[in-house]
Design a protein around this ligand. Structure first.
Ligand SMILES: [Zn+2]
Length: 402
């Protein structure tokens, strides 16, 4: 089996620690050892990055391959066939990898689109990150615009049926639409949709087979229902309050604030290209996001990277990295904590932390070699320029080199 011995000046492990002047021994897809003075087989490829920072590949748990990041209206997706969306989505996946994102979670797509893109990556037909999918979002009847063709279910038994259906289709995690949505023309984001009992049924079914449940939620009632139902990840979670923070701490719920999508969208409201209902809902919500998110960070909630890339003004690849910077700038997190949100915590949110997310023996060799003098612990914004990432290694193979 092919061996690499990669010497690094600084290794950001992904769990909050750094190591200096160590080597990573990679055999096949895995890291087999990390430490000083390691020796490798004579045939091993030796790479000397003793003046560089090496960090885990970034994990973005929330992207949508169905949506076009250059469009200002998510509803434009109605115009296209699933086949077209899958081919287009394949290009988006390749683009994400170029930025150093080595694992993505597709957080709802129409029909079988995300499953098709995942299969094309796994079969080596296209190049892309490791991809995990939730398949279709599970929503109440009328909870999302019909054109997105999500999995509608009403009442605990029916939600159980929908959850089993998505699991049977081969999804990696379950996504619930606990409340209305900003991108939906027909619902108000902060209105609660699913009851606690309905979401509990989904959590039971998903946990039986080791899958995580992510719940999209805005507003106090919907967030409380989701957390009390035992979902693993609260997605969006705005406006956050002290009461919900305490409840999340009690239930050990992770928070995925998707800051970048609101932040960027808000900067572009003046252009008048977004649908009117999105502008109105974002204007109501945006001023409350920062204060609530700071409360969550202060309260000790574990934060997860999810960018919502594909939505308007949220480009694939760059947005994953901008989300990390906003965690620091808006939320007061340290650079190190933001990196952990995009590595170890993100792996936990997808239940892959046993083999992905940190640079430790036994883990998948997913790592980034940064360009000279680039250190995200000093300045996280450098990651938004893909030229800062000189080499991307995924499952032990060099997939991007600059
Ligand atoms: Zn989303």
């Amino acid at each position: 089996m092919k061996e690499f011995l990669l010497k690094a000046g600084t290794v950001i492990v992904g769990n909050g620690e750094t190591l200096s002047d160590v080597s990573l021994l990679i055999r096949g897809e895995r890291i087999v050892d990390v430490g000083a003075g390691l020796s490798a087989d004579v045939s091993a490829v030796k790479m000397d990055y003793s003046d560089r920072v090496v960090m885990p590949g970034v994990i973005d748990t929330h992207i949508h391959v169905c949506f076009d990041d250059t469009s200002t209206n998510p509803a434009e997706v109605k115009k296209f066939s699933d086949e077209y969306l899958a081919i287009r989505g394949a290009e988006f996946a390749e683009r994400i990898l170029q930025h150093g994102v080595t694992t993505i979670g597709d957080a709802a797509s129409r029909g079988d689109v995300s499953l098709a893109v995942r299969q094309a990556i796994e079969n080596g037909i296209i190049r892309g990150p490791r991809m995990l999918v939730c398949g279709r979002m599970i929503t109440i009847t009328g909870g999302q615009d019909k054109d997105f063709r999500q999995n509608e279910a009403d009442g605990p038994d029916n939600v159980r049926r929908a959850t089993r259906e998505e699991i049977a289709r081969g999804v990696d995690f379950i996504k619930l639409l606990a409340t209305g949505a900003i991108s939906s023309a027909k619902t108000e984001s902060i209105n609660a949709h699913f009851s606690k009992e309905e979401m509990q049924a989904a959590v039971e079914e998903a946990h039986k087979v080791g899958k995580r449940v992510h719940a999209h939620a805005y507003g106090d009632t919907g967030m409380e229902n989701a957390v009390r139902a035992g979902v693993d990840v609260l997605v969006h979670g705005h406006p956050m309050t002290r009461r919900i923070v305490d409840l999340m701490m009690k239930h050990k719920t992770l928070l995925m604030p998707t800051l970048v999508t609101y932040y960027e969208s808000f900067q572009h409201h003046g252009e008048g290209l977004l649908p009117e209902h999105m502008i109105r809902k974002e204007k109501e919500l945006f001023p409350l996001i920062e204060k609530g998110f700071r409360e969550a960070v202060k309260g000790g909630i574990r934060i997860v990277l999810g960018s919502d890339s594909g939505l308007p003004y949220t480009p694939f690849g760059k947005s994953s990295m901008e989300e990390l910077e906003l965690m620091v700038r808006l939320g007061g997190m340290s650079e190190m904590d933001a990196i952990v949100a995009g590595t170890l915590n993100a792996a936990k949110a997808l239940n892959i932390d046993a083999h992905v997310g940190t640079l430790e023996p036994g883990k998948s060799a997913d790592l980034l070699v940064l360009a000279p003098d680039k250190n995200p612990l000093r300045d996280l914004s450098i990651l938004q320029d893909s030229n800062s990432v000189e080499r991307v290694i995924l499952k032990g193979r060099s997939v991007v080199e600059r």
